[in-house]
Unconditional design. Structure first.
Lengths: 108, 114
């Protein structure tokens, strides 16, 4: 079973719009992380939110965490064409697993 | 600081051949991982290691073996390659659970089995 499942699978928006991606997980966590993958490249860490945090900001990124619902969301504000990538969430368990990701396309 | 380095970056194998992929990290991380990613898909965990001398199976371990003889290296072996193992392989490492657990990824190995 997946530890993180992202939703939607694909998202297409215009530059300047906001993009929201969701993640659901199944087990208790200490923290949840979001990663980004540009086409064919390795994943890059974006932001980490601890289980005792409800919201965290980093630049144009806003992450929320609802441990009662075992869900998290990633909001990218004022999107740019360069934000086009796949986004994944992962929990901090030993066997760090990823879902299928959300493929975000930002049209100029 | 090189981070996570995967060797080789590209490889073409014939069915039945064997090979070893090397992942090396210089950050003294305890945890290391091997994933495969097929076109348009997410990453699937093959094997992982929580420390030197220890390994564990992930989601899709069949057809692969691993070894972690040194803390900085995590080797992924294919004993008898099959076309179904054509994929991009990513290695990752991260510090132990309980501290900042950001994972660092290598740039991938593109493997084609013909």
């Amino acid at each position: 079973s997946q530890q993180g499942e992202e939703d939607p699978q694909a998202l297409s928006i215009q530059e300047g719009e906001n993009a929201t991606m969701n993640c659901s997980y199944k087990t208790s966590i200490n923290n949840l992380q979001w990663y980004r993958q540009n086409s064919g490249r390795g994943l890059v860490h974006l932001i980490l939110i601890r289980s005792n945090e409800r919201e965290k900001h980093s630049g144009r990124l806003r992450v929320t965490l609802d441990t009662s619902k075992k869900s998290s969301s990633l909001l990218i504000t004022a999107s740019r064409a360069a934000d086009t990538a796949s986004y994944f969430c992962a929990t901090d368990l030993n066997d760090m697993r990823f879902g299928a990701g959300t493929r975000l396309t930002v049209k100029p | 600081n090189a981070g996570v380095t995967q060797t080789p970056k590209f490889r073409v194998l014939k069915t039945g051949q064997s090979m070893t992929l090397l992942c090396a990290q210089d950050m003294n991380h305890e945890y290391m991982y091997w994933y495969r990613q097929d076109p348009g898909m997410g990453l699937r965990l093959i094997h992982y290691s929580v420390g030197e001398g220890t390994t564990a199976k992930g989601e899709v371990p069949d057809g692969y073996n691993v070894s972690r003889l040194k803390k900085q290296n995590f080797l992924l072996g294919l004993e008898s390659a099959a076309p179904s193992q054509t994929s991009v392989y990513f290695c990752a490492s991260r510090p132990r659970r309980g501290v900042l657990t950001e994972a660092f990824f290598g740039q991938g190995t593109r493997l084609t089995v013909v």
